[in-house]
Design a protein around this ligand. Sequence first.
Ligand SMILES: Cc1cc2nc3c(=O)[nH]c(=O)nc-3n(C[C@H](O)[C@H](O)[C@H](O)COP(=O)(O)O)c2cc1C
Length: 157
Amino acid sequence: MKTLIVYYSHSGTTRRLAELIAKETGGDLLELVPETAYPGDYNTVVAQAKRELQSGFRPALKTALPDLSAYDMVFVGTPNWWSSPAPPVLTFLEQADIKGVQIAPFCTHGGGGSGHIRRDMEKAGRGAAILPELSVYGGSGKAADIQKWLKKISFTK
Ligand SMILES: Cc1cc2nc3c(=O)[nH]c(=O)nc-3n(C[C@H](O)[C@H](O)[C@H](O)COP(=O)(O)O)c2cc1C
């Protein structure tokens, strides 16, 4: 299996989970970097994220879109932002050629679980197969949780 782990992370928690998944799967890592970075201040980014999600804004990405046809499985990770994927992840799902690609979603959150992240990814993914998600509270993800999830989604190296 050729595996890619694509993620956006604002403060590093989802990045660490992505790195753990890369370790367990042997996949390539790709960070989604928006052209304009989100503000570091918590209240400012929370207000901006709300506006963007409500208006359907899709930020341009600095990251070049990968050729997904080279991969059997694409893991897509995001922080939970207002129960939704962060907008850079929606840009990726809408712009990349993901037809027929198997997508395994993962998220980190501050207590709200995965919200409607999977549903939103399904909508943005236009017919890509979206597998059951891994949802992790903050930085509490352990290798054992990842292994259990990989088994559930029938991932094999
Ligand atoms: C803009 C914004 C909105 C958030 N909305 C939620 C939310 O609705 N529910 C929740 O559980 N956590 C929410 N959080 C917390 C993040 O999901 C959590 O801290 C996550 O692990 C951060 O990941 P990161 O370090 O990869 O950016 C929000 C954080 C930010 C910055």
